[in-house]
Design a binder for this molecule. Sequence first.
Ligand SMILES: [Zn+2]
Length: 1017
Amino acid sequence: MTQPQESWLLGVVLLLATATTTHQANPSCHPVKEGMLNVHLVCHTHDDVGWLKTVDQYFYGAHNSIQRAGVQYILDSVVDALLKNPDRKFIYVESAFFFRWWNEQTPERKDVVKSLVRSGQLEFIGGGWCMNDEATAHYNAIIDQMTLGLVKLNETFGEAARPTVAWQIDPFGHSREQASIFAQMGFDGLFFGRLDHDDKNHRWDTHTMEMMWQGSQNLGDAAWLFTGVLPRGYSPPVGFCFDILCSDEPIMDDPRLHDYNVDKKVESFLKIAKAQSDGYATSHIIMTMGMDFQYQNANTWFVNLDKLIRYVNKRQSSGSQVNVLYSTPSCYLSALHDANQTWTSKTDDFFPYASGNHSYWTGYFTSRPTLKGYVRQTNGILQAVKQVASLLGMGHSEGLETLKEAMGVLQHHDAVSGTEKQHVADDYSERLAIGTKAALGVMGQALSKLQPVEALQKEKDGGTIHFCPLLNISSCPITESSSAFIMTVYNPIARPISHYVRLPVPSDTAYKVTDYKGNAVKAQLVPIPKPVLSIPGRHSTAAYELVFQATDIPPLGFLRYHIKRTSSYRILRQQISKTHSHVLGGDDPIELSGDENLAISVDPKTGLLKRVGAVRPGPIQMIPVSQNFLVYPGMAGNNTKEQYRASGAYIFRPNATEAREIAKKVNVVTVEGPLVYEVHQEWGPWVSQVIRSYMGHLNLEMEWLVGPIPIRDKIGLEVVSRVDWSSITTGNTFYTDSNGREMLKRVKDYRPTWRLHNLEPVAGNYYPVNSRLILDNGPDFRAAILTDRSQGGTSLNPGQMELMVHRRLFYDDAFGVGEPLNETQFGEGLVARGKHYLLHSSFASPECDFGCLHRTLGEELLLPPLYAFEETSALAHTWTNTAVNKWGGLGMNLPSNVHLLTLEPWGDNLLLLRLEHMYEKGESDTHSSPVTVSLKGLLADWAITGVEEMILSANLRKKDEHRLKWKVKTTSTAQASPSEQHRTNNIVHHQDPLSVTLGPMEIRTFVLTVKKASSRF
Ligand SMILES: [Zn+2]
């Protein structure tokens, strides 16, 4: 294997920063003892924001037959227990639960809690709305969910209670982007519980359980985060679980009684403490005293821990060198900092996570594909509604809060991950639906606000703005049934975009589409493929989709179109696509191409994609590429031993090293017209796909439809889409995104910091793909596949990419969920529909290179245009004169490398703004350079009268941020100094607060004070 040899061994010591003077030790931490082994007991509860029970059931303690868990009792009980002894400490993590409880407390009780927080007895750790998943959550949603919880904590308890330690004890593997995000949110450290078992053994042996994680290859030490691996996941030491849910013996300390056990308990504890200190580098160790939903009766824990501390420390008088204390992660971190150690560093991530040789937690990268798709789609809606509410000065609204909280819950590590029980997944979907409906209500109000009263009256029959949430199954009642309607296309990107709209419509019906200037817009009618028409549960009259291009939609603005049925046979003939069913097996080539789009050829023998190239003046460079759907048969197993592990919701374990073909050949229908061509492929009754290329767009869209997955074997199947470039015959390297942001290098059968013994050659090479998978064979060949949701992906052979799109399994994998992943709907196996987009470096141009192609498309997939519809009786020509049909909320376009990440109402005349440089260093010749944006004139209707730069989570002013500095041993390849750009920014910032410079991948967060400066609404 020609793989990088363990460069981490070549580390050089670089003393980056030794200044410790800015750090004030937390006075509420109990003193530690120099020269002794200090054991930090951290009392905690792990409260899943939904898993085996719904979030509501967990809060109230309902359905205790499923799991005995009631969060309200935990908080009640902990507060009482803390009041009994001021030495006791407790941490709380999940803000979604905390604020439910808080809202039910009396003012007196709230004052008591505030005093416990002030004294440091109750400390918030993490503090996001949930403890988010790290593989399948997108960075946009992670930042939102952390901000939601952290800002509420600030508002309630003040900045002094701001969490400074991140606590990701249960997520199934850890992403580098998550570390970077935490660092940018002002956290001093991160602790987690799960990492590959061999990695953990290696770290234990080398005393590197704690390290400096370099969270970004672009941001320098602004993204470094001290990271600690907990010794036993997050459970207490064996024999020391004192919860009512546990059966360990309490400490029985009356020597007159028969069961007196103090000596035995103390001996056992000292032994465990000493053994644990073997894996760690300092004279401090941490012990998590708690588990899932523990402390419903906090007294049982604290009474025993009080005694444990007393009796263990009593031994010091007879020479024991062990000191045990109530502590918190921040007190422990502070002690590590004071230890003045030089720490090793890490530059890759902690994926994939294997808890055993056959237990790769790579199935959940794809589990519940429709929920994952729904979460991503809803993120786009949330961002758009936040923007519009900001631009129209609508302030905080109930509707927006409902969706923010729903999205916060959905980022939980048993929500978007797909590892919850079915009834909980249904509850999550319902939350998204309710939140979306509420937020779209705000959108509807906003859109109406922009229209003159007379236009509203003329346009509307019913007076309602409709949204079409079922466009994913090509269904939309208003476009199917109305003879005339107005469509609003809102662009949430801070640059003008051109976008192809697709609207479900009945057959044999043509439409006149009129734009805001009164011009007729060219349209095409495309037949909906048969497999889509027969999706279970689809009740729609639509058999076609009306396609037209919305051109030049203003940034954070909209265009409106007047769309009316026509009985003109002439127009119908112009609009209807030419379709052709192909008989396979012949030699007649199946080739399609158009104007400034892609040319493709399909293999006339198999019906599979064969070649693709960009249509340009001159000869077309056609590159051989094939795509196919395959299945891995799932592994059945009783999970009694590692080798009997089943493939399940968490685990991917195929019962073969090769995926099976689904069909020898696929049926092909080609569809052609002036705006788009399509190839409709059918592998059989449950797998089909549309390959399409729109005129003027240089990407190949592949819309897959998979399910119901057949259940004949009663074991299960896992379905993948595989793309092969047969001309590429070397290379084990591929790249996957980290939470949709920076790219990480992956090498087949290799881990950068420890030796891999991979007994699962497929599952052990799967990585999370949030947004894209890239192959890079040098400047001549680069290829990317972009996704519309999180999936698992890999490259098992040179020139190959593979993404798992759907899975259905009949065995549980015994990691807790207790149900097989057998999703059904409408009495059949679940059907999932989604999109992949294929890009080649050969599609690039001097204006937009490969980096630019995938970053630009990635932004458009993250924030697709939002559609709204109104029925109308107005004629097109009167409509163009009376209504506001073109509107933009920005006063300028942002540069092509700047992403407007957040624009959100933040209080009276306050807006939260995040700007992001969306390129990495060296990723694009034209777009990776630092960029300066002037905020002056950014908003069309608002003057910016004040700017305060904040940390990423917006809960602290940037100028008040003081993170701990650490001594770090870096690898020779790692960046050693803070990014130059970051320094430049600060200088520029001081000169002109409205001028913002962004280096590659930098996000800057501002609270803007604004004043209305127009009379447009
Ligand atoms: Zn959990």
